[in-house]
Design a protein around this ligand. Structure first.
Ligand code: ADP
Ligand code: MG
Length: 303
């Protein structure tokens, strides 16, 4: 749906993006994760036509686009990091204003605004000024505003930062629903657990470079493995070594723990346990989380 080819961005000599190439498929929720200053907002600004790259190209459905071109901007929606609504206007008025900015006439705008109020769960607050809204409500309003013109592609910059868990989960539910409606979503987030649950693919951006791209499962597999942690009676190393050898697993010692890694550990657990028989004191299976994988990765690249 959207591709970036060798995108660089320099701000007065500072290189914020270096050679970023990415392809975002139609209908996917693509997550961009990375530490502060990695270039996530810069990338979203470029993709949403708010800023030109220093070098590189953006392709929309295979065709090169001028991001600042209004024809392009009408096909994408932006939900910026800080909700861009007017505090003195009500939810309904904010949406109506946005509809007018996109050139909709009254007969088109009115039903669209009502549809979005209901879609975002804000109908009962429709006539309250946005300055009285909670952050979660503002984010939902901001998302609805980004969708006024029904763009097939939506960019969201840290939509859940600063939200409480309940507001977060209701926003993520809306984001999942978008994908169910066939929209393509690119979202930046700090929350690995959410990215893991909701994104079909993830790119890790560090210092302006894309370091890894893949499904959450692939990223976890690449960056860190599931592990089985064992405590054994003294002298059981031989038994561990032989059962691991038989099952194609690797083992190592970490302090007083034995750590076993390899493919399909859950399926092999019964054999591991029976192979160690009486020498097994404790066994704990840990599935790697995206956060573990990410932190390990950041340590490896020296961040
Ligand atoms: N308008 C700007 N002028 C100069 N430097 C900027 C500007 N915007 C961002 N930067 C710098 O570019 C880098 C990437 O920033 P940003 O895209 O905001 O990262 P992120 O959103 O991942 O935190 C940072 O080093 C930041 O200080
Ligand atoms: Mg940012």
């Amino acid at each position: 749906m959207i591709s970036l080819l060798g995108v660089d961005k320099e701000y007065d000599g500072l290189r914020a993006l270096s050679g970023v190439s990415l392809s975002i498929e139609e209908g996917e929720i693509f997550g961009l994760i990375g530490p502060n200053g990695a270039g996530k907002t810069t990338l979203i600004r470029i993709l949403s036509g708010r800023m030109d790259p220093t070098r590189g190209e953006i392709l929309f459905q295979g065709e090169k686009v001028e991001a600042r071109h209004p024809g392009y901007r009408s096909r994408i929606g932006l939900v910026p990091q800080d909700p861009a609504c007017y505090g003195r206007l009500t939810a309904r008025e904010n949406l109506g204003l946005m509809a007018r900015l996109y050139g909709m006439g009254r007969e088109e705008a009115v039903p669209r605004v009502e549809e979005l109020l209901s879609w975002s769960g804000l109908m009962e607050h429709a006539d309250r000024q946005a300055r009285h809204f909670s952050r979660g409500m503002l984010q939902r309003l901001s998302l609805a505003m980004g969708m006024v013109h029904s763009p097939p592609v939506i960019f969201m910059d840290e939509p859940t930062s600063g939200l409480d868990p309940e507001a977060r989960s209701s926003l993520w539910e809306l984001i999942s629903r978008l994908s169910g409606e066939g929209k393509t979503v690119l979202v930046t987030t700090h929350n690995m657990e959410e990215a893991d649950h909701i994104c079909s693919r993830i790119a890790i951006l560090v210092k302006g470079r894309v370091r890894e791209v893949g499904s959450p499962r692939e990223i976890k597999g690449l960056l860190g493995a599931d592990r089985l942690e064992l405590r054994l009676e003294n002298g059981a190393e031989g038994a561990l070594s032989s059962v691991c050898g038989r099952l194609g697993l690797a083992w190592r010692r970490e302090g007083d723990l034995y750590v076993v890694t390899g493919e399909n550990i859950p399926g092999k657990l019964p054999e591991v346990a029976s192979g160690l028989a009486g020498s097994l004191r404790d066994l704990h299976y840990r599935e790697v989380t995206l956060e573990d994988a990410f932190l390990r990765f950041m340590r490896e690249v020296g961040e």
